[in-house]
Design a protein around this ligand. Sequence first.
Ligand SMILES: N[C@@H]1[C@@H](O)[C@H](O)[C@@H](COP(=O)(O)O)O[C@@H]1O
Length: 264
Amino acid sequence: MRIVILDSADEVAAYGAEIFIRCIRQKPAAVLGLATGSTPLALYRRLIDANRDAVVSFAKVSSFNLDEYLGLAGDHPQSYRHFMNTHLFDHIDINPDNTHVPPGDAADPLQACADYDKLITKLGGIDIQLLGIGRNGHIGFNEPSSGLQSRTRVKTLTRATIDDNARFFSTQEFQPHLSITMGIGTILEARKVVLLATGAAKAGAIKAAAEGPLTASCPASALQMHPDALLIVDAAAAAGLERKAFYKHIERENQKLLQSLGKT
Ligand SMILES: N[C@@H]1[C@@H](O)[C@H](O)[C@@H](COP(=O)(O)O)O[C@@H]1O
């Protein structure tokens, strides 16, 4: 697991966006795993700018989102499909038919979960998976106690998540209590995983994910088993890490090696 510690959230977004741009330029038909929440927004804005400036094209790219609320159709303003259209897909040259979000309005959600994993496999697997992280170490909607080899499935939202979301729904309106989420096993099959975290609220989760034990109590700790996992964090989210100086030393040595090989 590589850990890159940067000074600000803006630098985290820039570093992460550059990794995605490089991946797509190397493989124009790349299969991206995408995330929602507030953390990815600045990265998505940079991808939109790069597409506008013809630095990168999404014309052959496919994407799979981590999760969706069960019971919300894609046109519901609180659905993750609506979130992705609003904050990324409507502003880049990706073919909407190549963007996949778990179907929150599936007639048979259990079959839809199995079909989602099959489609990922059919498209050759995910080349690079973007993740955020919840304060309790969740990734996607894999809450603590999630199986570390789980597949895409229906999961129950925590009371904290339901309460956090309540402000987006009127009292008479249906509010989701369940989600469809890529499983941790599904996430670990991505060839590269890039997790972004910023702000002091994520410091405990980042410490547990990077320096804690491999445990279902911190789903993000499963990334310790991944062959190519990268955590990009700002100073506030890194505040709990004990080996910060060593992680920074590793990155300096990595850069020297890449420069010596002419690969920067
Ligand atoms: N299902 C999403 C996760 O995919 C996201 O990583 C998390 C953190 O969101 P934020 O980046 O806003 O802190 O929120 C939700 O639980």
